[in-house]
Design a binder for this molecule. Structure first.
Ligand code: ZN
Length: 271
């Protein structure tokens, strides 16, 4: 599942390729991509010039005018949007031709992604966008603490809850917890004010660094083992901790894995 930085990279690409232009031709190769909207609504929207490529959390949409249609791209596990010379690129489910630019192809090998049309002007007042918490860089230590409130859930679960904070996923949690020496099972009442500030700073800089990284375009499919793993601990179970050389471990709650170092990230005493 792409996290904030990966989705932001797609957004920047769409901004470069698409804004100010309308699709000249549209090829729907897989009708199942377009749910729950109608194929006609999507084709009509694509016939108007795109004027904004937007992101909130892990969600990406494009607004098209003058009618202010919105197309919400759910990339899910393997969805990506690439610029191609041909609409027949492998795994293409939808292709639209941008004059003087090329074919934009929604490619998706596992076919879990969807493309949803939202009626003009409704995108930010509709689910899922209206349910999202603030972006990581909009929070500081005190405001993050406030959002956690008196919750008895684990810090990790709160960070993965998109209503609490938007855009954070398993990769960010593993990397940031390792950096701060936080055990995967730590709970809010075990954090002090300094911890909250460090956590907020580390989340912001985690995403900021990914976005300036040369490897930004490679981030996408690390989960599929097709790209080199640019992370310190994520997916590195059994490998030596980059800090202390102890073998890294993996801990799973509710099906979500956190990779961590048992030596650098000891459990804290109950608060
Ligand atoms: Zn270590």
């Amino acid at each position: 599942m792409p996290e904030l930085a990966e989705v932001e990279i797609v957004r920047r690409n769409l901004e470069r390729w698409w804004i100010g232009r309308a699709a000249q031709e549209v090829i729907v190769a897989d009708d199942d991509l377009i749910v729950p909207s109608s194929r006609e609504a999507v084709i009509t929207a694509l016939s108007e010039p795109a004027y904004a490529a937007m992101r909130r959390g892990k969600h990406l949409w494009v607004e098209l005018g003058p009618s202010r249609h919105a197309l919400l791209f759910h990339l899910r596990m393997t969805g990506k949007i690439t610029l191609e010379d041909t609409p027949q690129a492998r795994f293409t489910r939808l292709a639209w031709l941008i004059p003087e630019v090329g074919w934009l192809c929604f490619k998706d090998s596992r076919r879990l992604g969807t493309l949803e049309h939202l009626a003009p002007g409704l995108i930010t007042s509709s689910a899922p966008i209206n349910k999202l918490g603030p972006e990581p860089d909009a929070l500081d230590g005190p405001s993050l603490k406030l959002r956690f409130g008196r919750s008895a859930r684990r810090v990790k679960e709160l960070l993965l809850d998109q209503r609490v904070i938007a855009g954070v996923g398993n990769i960010a949690v593993s990397e940031v917890f390792w950096q701060l020496g936080l055990h995967p099972s730590v709970r809010p009442k075990q954090l002090d004010d300094d911890d909250y500030q460090r956590l907020s700073d580390a989340l912001t800089s985690h995403f900021a660094q990914l976005l300036v990284s040369e490897q930004a375009d490679e981030l996408h499919y690390v989960n599929q083992g097709k790209a080199q793993n640019p992370f310190m601990v994520y997916l590195r179970e059994g490998q030596p901790c980059p800090r202390c050389q102890a073998p890294l471990e993996r801990m799973t709650f509710g099906g979500r894995s956190t990779y961590y170092c048992p030596r650098c990230q000891p459990a804290r005493a109950p608060a």
